[in-house]
Every structure is written in structure tokens, then in C-alpha cells.
Design a binder for this molecule. Structure first.
Ligand SMILES: [Zn+2]
Ligand SMILES: [Zn+2]
Length: 345
């Protein structure tokens, strides 16, 4: 399809411009999609504020959580057609590298990325169409389906957290990802403690099923406050970080009981490090792990969670905003107002 489209372009930190650019041209194994919903994400906010390593070119399209309609399709694509309502995630593993052969797909050395949801149209690479794209059932809205990517990351994080029924789980951070952790931990039958600095976010946390909330700004010792809620103040069975703040990583480790699983999920700024008490790690037999991104298996799991309505997708979307107002939506997220914004064209 030839012609121009509106898009929000990232030029550099705090420099995003609303411009007219060419509609992407597609190859034989690709598809062109008219975006119907694009959701704001914490990582877009990070990109907006401090740039992103994968966006080195001047003027990049960005935004990666979306759903829309196929308007043009390459001659080699046989699993989709023009008119299909689809949702896809932002990457696909190569299936060829060392880590893909180990089936550690989130560690793929050649992940193929796709950005550009903050625009009228987006091109879908062939490999993503083959492995990480789904047709949206009629009963599901575009904006609900657009939660696929973050939910796939969290489904991955939850599975790696080793949660059992009736476990006490603390989730540090009640942003969009922390709230998804709360919803999925509840589905696993856990009791959930949510810790955040904002009362507004802690209200969301309760709404998503948190059994206890702690406002960290009102506690002199948030580790003690969490332990206070556990049997004999032992600490929690599972502790998750969804903040990406090194100091919170350190506290997350201290919140676990002996034998706890500690999932340090939130990515921190590069170059940072944390201190771990060697005696604690050794004698308490802690399992401390990092979990990153998603794999096609968890994308499918997340798609099933959305379409079976096991989680209340609509609650994650605070308001609709037109594409030209993207920066305002990101600023609102930066002020911790609302959860996600649905950007529409
Ligand atoms: Zn995202
Ligand atoms: Zn690979």
C-alpha cells in the first residue's frame, strides 16, 4: 500500500515528534496491519526518558503492544488473510542459535524485533507472523488483545517463580507489570502482598486481588513490614521485584524465608549492581533468579489467559488517548497516574 501515515517518532530522550512518514512496504512473507489499539508500556516510558539501546537510528518508530486489522498481505503468507483481526508480540526467536537449540528462547542471540505501534500502520515480519501472531476472537476487543506481550512476559515470570497454592508471595511494585503479577499469582492460589510507594497504585493492587498492601513510603523498614505478615515473621515463600530499582532488588532478596524463590524481574539501569549477603544466600538456600522477556510458549499461554477471560483485561486500561497525544499519555505514566493508556488512530 503506497502513501503516507501519521506516526510518533522517537528522535532521542524527551524528543518524540508526530510526523507523516511512508506507509511500510511489505515483502512476500509479511503483512501490513492497520493499528486499532496500541498500549503504553513502562519500557516505552524508559525509551522516552533516557533512550533505548535498540534505537540508535535517528527517528525510530516505537511502541510494541498493539492489535489491529490486516490490510495487505504478502503472496507467501497462507495462515492469515486481509481483514483478519490479529495481535502479535514484538519479537520472535531465530530457532537456530545456540540458546534456541537449548530451547531457552528468551535468550535467543538473534531475536527479531518489531516496533512501531504508535503509528497508523505496522509491518509484521514473516517469522513473527508464523510463530507469534494470533487471530482475535470476536468477543475480545483490540485493546484487551493488545495486552498479549506484557502478559506473556509476566506469564513467563510467574512460571519461573515456583508458586504453590497458599504460598505467601510479595510483589514489589504495583505498576502494570506488578499488577499483572498480582493477578496471575492469585490464579496460582497464592496470598499476595503488594508493596508500592503510591496509595493510588495500591488501590489498583487490591482491585487485582492483593490480600495485603504496604505503602513503602510510610514504613521505616519495608522488609520487616512484609515479614510481619508471615508466619513467625519467617518471610515469604516467593518474592518478586517488579520495579527495576537495585535497592528494591536488595530488599526483595531479604523478604524471603529460608528456601524462598526470589524473582528479580524488573530490569535495572545498565551498570548497576546489588549486594547479596553471602551467608544468607548459602544458609537460607535461596533461589535467586533473573527472568527476561517471553517465549512463544508463554505468548500462547497469555493469549489463552486473555481469551478465556481468566484475568480482567479491561481493568488494565485507564483511558483512551488519540495518537497525537502520546507524549501526554507517557507523561501521565511517568507521574504514576493510571495503569495503561490505549492509543488510538
Ligand atoms: Zn511492553
Ligand atoms: Zn535464537
Amino acid at each position: 500500500m503506497k502513501g503516507k501515515m501519521k506516526a510518533q517518532l522517537f528522535y532521542g530522550p524527551e524528543d518524540v515528534r508526530y510526523e507523516n512518514i511512508n506507509i511500510p512496504e511489505i515483502g512476500d512473507d509479511e503483512a501490513l496491519v492497520k493499528i486499532k489499539s496500541a498500549l503504553t508500556c513502562g519500557s516505552d516510558l524508559k525509551t522516552y526518558r533516557r533512550g533505548h539501546p535498540t534505537m540508535i537510528k535517528e527517528a525510530s518508530v516505537f511502541g510494541h503492544e498493539w492489535a489491529g486489522d490486516i490490510v495487505e498481505i504478502g503472496s507467501d503468507v497462507d495462515n492469515f488473510k486481509v481483514g483478519d483481526r490479529i495481535v502479535a508480540v514484538n519479537s520472535v526467536p531465530c530457532y537456530e542459535c545456540y540458546y534456541c537449540k537449548l530451547e531457552r528462547y528468551s535468550l535467543c542471540e538473534n531475536l527479531i524485533y518489531n516496533n512501531g505501534a504508535y503509528a497508523e500502520y505496522i509491518k509484521i515480519p514473516g517469522k513473527i507472523l508464523k510463530k507469534n501472531t494470533y487471530i482475535i476472537p470476536d468477543k475480545i476487543d483490540y485493546r484487551e488483545a493488545a495486552l498479549l506481550e506484557p502478559l506473556a512476559c509476566v506469564a513467563h515470570g510467574i512460571e519461573e517463580s515456583n508458586i504453590k497454592t497458599d504460598d505467601m508471595v510479595v510483589i514489589n511494585g504495583a505498576g502494570p507489570i506488578g499488577l499483572m503479577f498480582i493477578a496471575l499469582a492469585r490464579l496460582k492460589g497464592a496470598l499476595v502482598i503488594s508493596v508500592d510507594l503510591s496509595d493510588e497504585r495500591l488501590e489498583y493492587a487490591k482491585d487485582f486481588g492483593a490480600d495485603y498492601t504496604i505503602n513503602a513510603s510510610k514504613e521505616s523498614d519495608q522488609v520487616a513490614a512484609v515479614k510481619e505478615l508471615t508466619e513467625d515473621k519467617k518471610g515469604v515463600d516467593v518474592a518478586v521485584d517488579a520495579t527495576g530499582i537495585p535497592e528494591v532488588w536488595e530488599m526483595t532478596i531479604l523478604m524471603g524465608r529460608k528456601g524462598a524463590t526470589i524473582n528479580l524481574f524488573g530490569g535495572c539501569v545498565s551498570g548497576t549492581s546489588v549486594n547479596i549477603d553471602t551467608q544468607l544466600l548459602h544458609y537460607s538456600e535461596l533461589t535467586i533468579k533473573g527472568v527476561y522477556h517471553h517465549t512463544p510458549y508463554y505468548v500462547k499461554k497469555a493469549f489463552d489467559l486473555i481469551t478465556s477471560r481468566q484475568i480482567d483485561t479491561v481493568k488494565f486500561i485507564t483511558a483512551d488517548m488519540p495518537l497525537e497525544k502520546l507524549v501526554s499519555a507517557l507523561e501521565l505514566m511517568g507521574q504514576q497516574k493510571g495503569i495503561k493508556y490505549n492509543i488510538t488512530t
